[in-house]
Design a protein around this ligand. Structure first.
Ligand SMILES: [Zn+2]
Length: 216
């Protein structure tokens, strides 16, 4: 089986003294996992986190760990290296994708959003990270709807968010359930709570890098 697509290198982990196991978020096939031979020792064309390029993924059997041929075109992380907050945002996004996305299921909009996030981070727009996470939640089935109250339909005094539906709730309708609702506005604390519940459902933990991300 051979798959080829543009992609973003989101995880690279040494497998032995020469090779790495890599995760590439490809535009056409979603997350692919495979070996990058010689990635640890490469002097030229060394694979790096945040590179975009063309991935060719080969596996003899469907269930096997594939092997990548990786042709990097550009390193989106290079402009972020000197700023720890920007870098943390990128690493958090990559770790969340690596943790929550199933292998070989395409998420084209999320792929484009993630490339855009890296470009925005490079310009110093760290606020783009929250937008990216809201987009991620939508892709995973938790579309936040802040247009009106899910109880009465009103548009005033929207103070809360329902953790179950992701829809806004006004002050009056929310009053009896204050302890169970998330406060608005949506910020990284609110999206973290959604991420925690999605991770719990998948039997995994919110990535460390995401937990370290302070309110920005
Ligand atoms: Zn209401």
């Amino acid at each position: 089986m051979k798959l080829e697509s543009v992609g973003l290198l989101i995880n690279l982990r040494p497998f032995n003294e020469r090779d790495c196991v890599a995760r590439v978020f490809t535009r056409e096939y979603g997350v692919l996992v495979g070996m990058m031979r010689g990635a640890v020792v490469a002097k030229k064309n060394r694979p790096l986190l945040g590179q975009v390029g063309v991935a060719v993924w080969n596996a003899r059997l469907d269930t096997q760990l594939g092997v990548f041929h990786w042709d990097a075109e550009k390193n989106l992380s290079a402009p972020l290296m000197l700023d720890s907050v920007r870098l943390m945002c990128m690493n958090s996004a990559f770790d969340i994708l690596g943790t929550l996305l199933p292998e070989r299921e395409p998420y084209v909009a999320l792929y484009d959003d993630t490339c855009l996030l890296c470009q925005k981070l490079a310009t110093g727009d760290t606020g783009a990270y929250l937008d990216w996470e809201i987009g991620l939640l939508r892709e995973l089935g938790y579309a936040l709807d802040l247009s009106h109250c899910s109880g009465c339909g009103g548009v005033d005094n929207l103070c809360y968010l329902s953790p179950r539906t992701g829809r806004a709730v006004c002050a009056d309708c929310g009053a009896p359930y204050v302890n169970k609702l998330y406060p608005l506005p949506v910020n990284l604390n609110v999206t973290l709570r959604f991420l925690e519940s999605i991770c719990a459902q998948q039997g995994t933990d919110v990535p460390y890098m995401r937990r370290m991300l302070k309110l920005i």
